[in-house]
Design a protein around this ligand. Structure first.
Ligand SMILES: [Zn+2]
Length: 136
């Protein structure tokens, strides 16, 4: 089970809307327990691509974020990005570039009237959705 705090959800939404029409991206941090992953903090990253269709994160920012996570006793659990014009599922490029088989790939779609947020694992060129629960 994957849990996301409501404040993280709000932050991802706000960042994604603010960066339209460009994709927004960032890292997910939290804790791992026996039966769940819990995302408690997000680290927004600059999208170096400045593109509405793909993203790449600044390595320096990633490095600094991971250092801060360690300091706070949090683990890097994965990343998120927005899809301004496409559904909440990994694109062919997202699948091709996925480097971490254990990581969570969260995608927020702003395509429809209501935003849609989904989480995935991407392994061996295929993805599977993970049940996501928003908690207070
Ligand atoms: Zn994507």
């Amino acid at each position: 089970m994957l849990k996301l705090s409501r404040s993280c959800l709000r932050q991802i939404l706000a960042q994604a809307k603010e960066h339209l029409p460009i994709e927004a991206c960032g890292l997910l941090a939290g804790s791992i327990t026996e039966d769940s992953l819990r995302i408690v903090e997000i680290f927004p990253m600059t999208n170096l691509d400045q593109s509405p269709e793909h993203f790449s994160m600044d390595p320096k920012e990633q490095f600094a974020a991971v250092r801060e996570m360690r300091r706070k006793g949090l683990k890097l659990l994965g990343n998120y990005h927005s899809h301004p014009n496409t559904p909440a599922r990994p694109s062919a490029e997202d699948i091709r570039l996925a480097y971490d088989p254990e990581g969570i790939y969260m995608i927020l779609s702003l395509q429809g009237e209501e935003p849609v947020l989904k989480a995935f694992k991407i392994r061996h060129g295929a993805y599977s959705e993970i049940l996501l629960e928003v908690v207070d």
